[in-house]
Design a protein around this ligand. Structure first.
Ligand code: G4P
Length: 538
């Protein structure tokens, strides 16, 4: 199929049957630490009028201390260091921005959160290109086939050539990059962006200390004023770049994009607020409205169906330690949520009344009365829900379970108080059910825990001791990746690799390194490795 350039502004939208659903967007920003996710989020919130300028500047200045205080407190109390969702309005849209933490707080929750969004913004630092954490997160989105929009940030710093960046995205991530904006210079010379779909140049003025909305001027690409602003040489390079981008690079096609096969690319600078609003406007127009609940037959339950459905994608131990309650983060997938409604929890085979739902704005909560597909709500409940639970009215649909992700760090789990073995077993069982870590066992029957980030281990150890009174020691096993395998293949690995079993007794192989795993795959084309448990071995 040859992609064709579409004029976004004239693209027809199907008439809305349910404006509350159509105006919702649930998305996440995937980025390597320091690419500017916090900065971009703050700018998006500013457009949504969710934070005031004065407050924003102060908050930004204070952010480091506030955040680290919060993290210390959370660590002490053993709860996860994430804000879950930010909800705000912009231009008639209702945005649900889900947090995918990076840094040391990276965990399986991060992956699961990507199961609850309908599209992702891939944020890259334009001076660094595609970095490791981005690759991991991109991979999870790719597997789901959700659309991914790319924002090349920090163009106000000396950046890689835009063609090199596009090429890097294609080569490293295997997705076709389609430019929507083209940058006018970079670093000190960054003057603005050219909108390839609207044929318009957007020039910005820098404002000291960053800006709320950078002053903007629009014009054509042949505007003689551009030479005087950019200098003749830069202007010529810019115009040549635009011509080349137009002629040589693939064009945008909404259908292919929605299948997750191309990524539209925007250039800008979050800190100076160059190109952010253009990006936001296009993103909202391009991105899909909420998808329904995935079913086992490969279809989805229509979000417009009157049947209410939602699923739990994250649990967070609450701050109220005495009650040991948890917040279950729930993504609504169909029907309308009303406070006080009763729903089925098919796993438990019982009805639950949803009496205290909350909406989130970072750490702040407010009680909500109604919510629609695409929205994220929090349910406060003492240990009732598990990750992947579906809540619904009426006959439970045949829903597809949330995937389990292959851990990347492993440790032997050793109880250090032999008087507390009963509590130890109960704690390990409950915490693994809650999705804090995954539990495996060695051939000798010794327990091993696995996670995708160190935070999960810290949290697990803390909660096991704090909530169950069962202290433990973790001995890192020194393996870096894992894959589920078929039972008949378990003897085909060298002693260099370790075979363990998951809690359903399915064999899992651990490799010392990604390199070792790749090597194995190259030399053993007949042995299948699975990133998620193969369904037929359940
Ligand atoms: P993160 O959440 O992805 O980790 O990134 P964050 O927004 O915290 O940004 C990381 C650093 O990059 C910050 O600098 C931030 O100011 C800077 N940054 C973000 N966007 C841009 C941009 O468009 N251009 C430039 N030049 N810098 C940008 P810092 O010095 O670590 O923190 P701060 O002192 O500025 O808060």
């Amino acid at each position: 199929m040859t992609p064709t350039m579409q004029n976004l502004s004239t693209e027809k939208k199907t008439p809305s049957e349910n404006p509350e659903i159509d105006r919702r967007r649930a998305f996440a920003i995937i980025a390597h630490p320091d690419a500017g996710k916090t900065t971009l989020t703050e700018k998006l919130l500013l457009y949504g009028g969710a934070i005031q300028l004065a407050g924003h500047v102060r908050a930004r200045k204070d952010r480091k201390t506030t955040r680290s205080d919060w993290m210390a407190m959370e660590k002490e109390r053993g709860i996860s260091v994430t804000t879950a969702a930010l909800q705000f309005e912009y231009n008639g849209y209702r945005l649900n921005l889900l947090d995918t933490p990076g840094h040391e707080d990276f965990s399986e929750d991060t992956y699961r959160t990507l199961m609850a969004v309908d599209c992702a913004v891939m944020l890259l630092d334009a001076s660094r290109g595609v970095e490791t954490q981005t690759i991991k997160l991109f991979h999870v989105c790719r597997e789901r086939g959700i659309p991914i929009v790319t924002f090349m940030n920090k163009m106000d710093r000396p950046a890689k050539d835009p063609f090199v960046l596009m090429d890097e995205v294609e080569k490293t991530l295997g997705i076709t990059a389609v430019p929507m904006l083209w940058p006018m210079g970079s670093g000190e010379d960054f003057r603005g962006v050219y909108d390839l779909t609207k044929d318009l140049v957007y020039r910005y003025d820098r404002v000291a200390g960053g800006s709320f909305r950078a002053p903007e001027k629009t014009g054509g690409i042949d505007d003689p004023e551009l030479e005087s602003i950019m200098g003749e040489e830069l202007c010529a390079t810019f115009r040549e770049g635009v011509e080349l981008a137009r002629g040589a690079l693939p064009r945008f096609d909404s259908e292919i994009f929605l299948k997750g096969m191309i990524t539209p690319v925007f250039f800008g600078s979050a800190i100076t607020n160059f190109g952010v609003q253009l990006f936001l406007d296009s993103f909202l127009e391009l991105s899909p409205s909420p998808a329904g609940l995935p079913l086992t037959d490969g279809t989805t339950l229509d979000p417009r169906s009157p049947q209410f459905s939602a699923f739990v994608f994250k649990l967070q131990a609450n701050m109220n330690q005495k009650h040991r309650d948890r917040v279950a983060f729930v993504r609504i997938t169909s029907g309308v949520f009303e406070r006080g409604m009763s729903v089925n929890v098919p796993r438990l085979g019982k009805q639950v009344r949803l009496s205290s739902p909350v909406a989130f704005f970072g750490q702040e909560r407010s009680t909500i009365d109604n919510a629609y597909p695409g929205d994220i709500i929090g349910l406060i409940n003492p240990g009732l829900y598990r990750i992947g639970d579906v809540l619904c009215t009426g006959e439970p649909p045949a829903y597809r379970p949330l995937p389990v992700f292959a851990p990347e760090i492993f440790a032997r789990l050793i109880p250090t108080d032999t008087q507390k073995l009963k509590q130890f077993r109960k704690g390990v069982q409950e915490l693994s059910e809650e999705g804090v870590v995954q539990v495996f066992s060695t051939a000798e029957g010794l327990p091993v825990i696995g996670a995708v980030g160190q935070l999960q281990f810290d949290l697990f150890r803390f909660r096991l001791e704090d909530e169950y009174g069962a202290p433990c020691r973790l001995e890192n096993l020194g393996y870096e990746c894992s894959r589920w395998i078929r039972e008949e293949d378990r003897n085909k690995f060298s002693s260099y690799d370790l075979i363990i079993r998951d809690e359903h007794n399915r064999p899992v192989v651990l490799f010392k390194s990604e390199y070792r795993m790749r090597n194995f795959v190259q030399n053993n084309a007949n042995i299948q490795l699975f990133e998620h448990p193969p369904e037929n071995s359940d």
